[in-house]
Design a protein around this ligand. Sequence first.
Ligand SMILES: [Zn+2]
Length: 448
Amino acid sequence: MDLPADLFLDDVVLVEGTGARGPTDVLLRGGRIAATGDLVPEPGVTVVTGGYVTPGLIDSHVHISMAPGAAWRPEDAPEALAARRAAHLRSYLACGVTSLLDPALLPDDARSLRALEAAGPSPNLFFLGPAISPTDGYVAVVIPTFPSASAPADLPPLFDTFTALDPVGVKITMETGSLYPIWPVHTPEMRAALVAESDRRGLPRYVHAMSEDMYEAGLDLKPHTFVHAPQSPLSDELLTRVAASGAYVSPTMAIAGTALYAWHPEVLEDPWLVARVPADELATARDPENQDRFMHAMLDTLAPIVPKFLQGLLIKVAGSEGAVQSRLDDTQAAVRQLHEAGVPLVVGSDSGNWPIILYMFHGPTTHLELELMVSAGLTPLEALAAATATPAKMLGREGEIGSLQVGAVADLLVLDADPSQSVGALKQPRLVVRAGHARTPEQWLATP
Ligand SMILES: [Zn+2]
């Protein structure tokens, strides 16, 4: 995109996770925040008056290389796939999300996404790479295109595949299975080798773990971040160890939160959502047959021992609205425990996720995760911090993104309502500014 014109924000209240200041003025110049305070606009500069200003949002867990429900549609041709990904990137901008972290993608997808980012419009894209599974373990066993490692000697060439792609860390999975243990995890020898190799390359470790056991084992990896929340109740011992480790946690409550849409199809008719989601993804999500296919595909993956003729019965029990709601409740209770123990939390929606999942739409799901942070017990300002300053620090970009300080990238939202009262205010920005380019959500959606 071209260099943005100067923009003068007149008489705005600046709201960050730490609190509010102002009314004050802000000058944006050259894609950065050039000055704040009591300023006088130069003649001819565009002036925006009044409202609340927050940093642009950061979603620390999206699978931008994947499309919701893709497994249930004909495969996209290369050009259609690029157009779909570009639409997803615009949807994030329309939703006020100006930075994304994709924790698990293949090198070829990372290269195509870098090209889309350079062509714009796009949020800042951050990647982890590679995503390392144990042989015959998660995630490689579910998505066979993902790499795995069984010996320390496997690691250097695997890390090399991402060297030119500027990763901000490496993803390591520790997962035995969601319903019962079915997958092997990295051995203690491999855990030590993973730590040594990633340290040698200066790559912090993001560890996939979804249970107290896997958190315990994952601590061997000296994690920078735990990806996904465990289920409550968490022992005091684990809470103490996780808090002492300094690790961030990206809870991804939206996995269970969006799964509830199956029993609330009216959500898929919400005009705000409809405007931000590609029409064919909505059509896939609305088809009840796809929900049934999804449930069977889940069981094929998570409970392969269950014969097909018993799947229907298991779906009635384990796949009921009540079961999903109680999983969400347990996850939110764990998030509350982690928050009270002082563990830094970041907003990570897991949008895109498995292509068999129907409802994890790019853009809107970030806002669901923010709402779930608040219903888990964070204040709106704490949830805002979890989507701005905290992930900026996690990504090593403190003061550069997720910040309203002078010198930061001009990624910010101009809002009409006060986000310290409700995170719902973040869903309806008057303007979303990305690197100094200011557009309404409708303009971001329409930008070709
Ligand atoms: Zn994920």
